[in-house]
Write a protein that binds this ligand. Structure first.
Ligand code: FES
Length: 164
């Protein structure tokens, strides 16, 4: 009677070990197949959709800002026969004759410096000495060869000058 009990125990242990080993292998194989397949498609699609939306949203919002009509300065801040450089806005507003206002880009057409002053009838660039007529932005002295681009403005009854 003592011989059968240890033999039965060995058989049970061997069967149990085999069952455990098989169960462990099956569980590992199952987990490895599901994790990568489920996580990759879910995490890859949202960033693509967000970047496309942000690019679409940025384009329309940038377009209306120049023509919003925000006052640049008061007409009284522009001397007759001179002008005022707005460095932040990269614009220069001139008043060649009393009550006649013109506006140009302040970015020099030579190499992109911001013009620094309006003096003796010209808009002057400090970098290489180019000068532009305060009446129409034409080059009066090089090295620049192209005129300053004019910007349309409106002058309100209260004297506020803004981009048209
Ligand atoms: Fe204005 Fe050269 S950048 S003169």
């Amino acid at each position: 009677m003592s011989d059968t009990t240890p033999t039965a125990r060995r058989m049970l242990l061997a069967t149990g070990a085999a069952a455990l080993a098989g169960g462990t292998l099956t569980a590992c194989g199952g987990k490895d197949e599901t994790k990568p397949g489920q996580s990759e498609p879910g995490s890859a699609s949202p960033p693509v959709a967000q970047s496309a939306r942000s690019a679409e949203a940025a384009a329309p919002s940038a377009a209306p800002s120049p023509g919003t009509g925000k006052a640049l300065l008061k007409s009284s801040a522009v001397p007759v026969g001179g002008g005022t450089v707005l460095k932040e806005e990269k614009l220069v507003v001139t008043q060649p004759t009393a009550g006649s206002f013109r506006c140009f880009t302040a970015v020099c057409t030579h190499q992109g410096c911001i013009v620094s002053k309006v003096e003796n009838g010209t808009i002057d660039c400090p970098c290489h000495g180019s000068k532009f007529a305060m009446t129409d932005g034409a080059v009066t002295h090089g090295p620049a060869t192209r005129p300053l681009a004019e910007k349309k403005i409106t002058v309100a009854a209260d004297g506020n000058i803004s981009l048209a």
